[in-house]
Write a protein that binds this ligand. Sequence first.
Ligand SMILES: Nc1ncnc2c1ncn2[C@@H]1O[C@H](COP(=O)(O)OP(=O)(O)OP(=O)(O)O)[C@@H](O)[C@H]1O
Length: 764
Amino acid sequence: MSVKEHPDYGEEIERLEYTKDYIKMTLRATEERKKTFQENIKEGIANIDSSEGYINILINSKFMETAERNFYGLTRAKEKPYFARIDFKPSDSEIMDKIYIGKTSLFRADDDVPLIVDWRAPIANVYYEGRLGETSYPTEVGVEEGELSLKRQYTIDEGELESILDVDITTTDTFLQASLSANADNRLKDIAATIQGEQNRVIRAEMDRPLIVQGVAGSGKTTIALHRIAYFIYTYEKTFDPENFMIMAPNNLFINYISEVLPELGVEQVVQTTYTDFMKELVGSSFKLTNAKDKLTDLIQGSSKENKELSLMAWAAAYKGSMDMRDVIDAYVKDIEKQFYPKEDFVLGDILLVTKERIKEMFLEELTYLPLYKRIDEIKKTLRNQLKYRKNDILKDIQTNYDSKIDRIRSTQEATEERRLKLVALMEERDQVLESTKKTIKTVIKKYTAKFPSKKLMDYYQDLMTVEETLRYYSNNSLMKEQYKYLVNLNRLLLAKKNIEMEDLASVAYLRHKIFGFDTKLDIKNIVIDEAQDFSLFQFYVLKEVLKTNMFTLLGDLSQGIHSYRSIQNWEEVIEIVFDKNRCNYMTLVQSYRTTIEVMHLANEIIKKLDNDKIVLAKPVIRHGEKPSIKRYKEESDLIVNLVEKIKEMKYQGYKSIALICKTLEEASVLKKVLDQHQLDVRFLDGKEDKYSAGIMLVPSHIAKGLEFDVVFIVNINETYQQNDLDIKLLYVAMTRTLHRLFIYQKEGTIPLLEGVKQSLYQE
Ligand SMILES: Nc1ncnc2c1ncn2[C@@H]1O[C@H](COP(=O)(O)OP(=O)(O)OP(=O)(O)O)[C@@H](O)[C@H]1O
């Protein structure tokens, strides 16, 4: 049906034109207001010396910020003011409200009637989750009941109404289908118009409790993570600033890939960073982070290292991320604490000012909420106060003491030359004592506090991690001999060159938190972590302790946990060990939106091979496509020729992003050289680049994680995918990256994991 044939076309066109005109008018008014604010700020600057001028600047800057935000939101809304409408009659009203939902809200100035309601407003729940008929939605003050009589979706492009779709109980979500069939031109998109019920619940789940989301590949975790932040910023606008929010993603390429979603949702200034970058900044720059190839590469490729060394390497990485490491550091700091404070009274000459018992009490009892070095500052304050309080009396006592001696001599001795000399000597002595006491007063605190240790963060770390007896002592001798040896050696090699590795970051940050604290105020209060299955318990714990917050959202998929040698094994341990299990929410997402039924069925066959009965299989949304195609070649040259041809064909068919995924970085580099001879414009992604753009890409499997492409070619020539957890996960990750088409080009026999898979699931 063409849009014009819809029975309400006339009404909808009228409404759209009205809304667009109103937006234009509001934009003009906002422009005028911005000018006024600018004038006021200028005036404020001219009178900066007066408090009035200063306040003027502050207030008008704030107004300006809001006006800019509104202006920006409305400018975007001009092209697409809303995407849906619901007709809802609250049970306590006779009036059916026609509510238009969009990405920004707009109220009519004269009567405050909402022309557009923001998708994050409570009433929008009805659009995302309500069914026609009796329904309800949660509000700040309880549950609002009512009747939903219409749910309508629109396609509006550049201000033109292109389609109207009424959703009833029987329609499958045609709108969603259309959005999923679109090609991945560049980066991740917002999904405000098509958020599904289970996703809506994740987005709006309580903020002040940790939330853990286990979601299958393609269930929208990354997308939801960003929408959740946008939702918080809207809902808690008065409590938090955007700078209080942070999203952590695996690498800068990924950050660039997701970077458009928040601005599309009208949200700016949220910190988008990687764990490594954030922690590096946190612990300071007195060391270098090793640029060593990811350990994963060694584990995937087998490397030249012996099996025993590989397993020790994986063990050490896991140990550094374990809660045992926290216990070691806690015990170590406890001992440092005991030795830390001076076991001496604070005195001025022979005058006692603060007893050593009092110093101990302050250090070991009253100030324990502070890191060790910050306690010195507090103790200093006490010493300073004490000195200030006693200083005059002390000086006065000296003066009186001498004066009375002088008086006594004057009154008891005759005025001879001898007496005069005695008096002069006494006076000189008095002045000297006063002078030197004054000098001592100036330095006595410094001298006393110099008795506290003064060591560098990395020296503390070095003392702990490079001396076997120390490590043994603080870990209660709980490791094996060869483990101590390996760990100590590894750290000696690293620290001798002032290096640390990524796995050390949590320990170093924790040590700094306990011993030194942080100089800058950490404003991040709400953290959303994507690909959270790759984190270790200790990493989560340190973030929680350092940022002093419980507002965490962790999203991940254990089936894609390719770093599981060093990361969490299940979510239960996170809930129980890192957070308070009674205050933690856990949700699962099983519907997968990215890929077709055909691709998902084959990928599920692979992930089922994991020896883990807890794995939940993804349920693809109803979207059909071609069956995955598996090609086996005896000769590498044949494989390449056919591969190149197929890539060209896919390009010709209009697919914008095509990925060739190899198991390892090495295989990908070799393939790149071969493909370069075929005039294909292939870009190599190794995770270090910070710009994502479509085209033909060559990607190692672990870098492809989290990304998506129209077409995926899994190319395997020299590597093998064997029956082990890591290979299963890598192949699963690679398969689930595609939106539309999956091809597997392998040298015969290199993917034993595909052997035995039902032939009906693919085409040869
Ligand atoms: N409700 C939705 N409407 C439209 N598209 C959606 C919806 N949910 C998810 N998608 C799309 O599905 C794809 C996968 O989303 P996303 O990358 O956020 O999933 P993910 O769970 O992080 O995936 P993975 O774990 O496999 O990396 C994206 O293209 C996203 O736009």
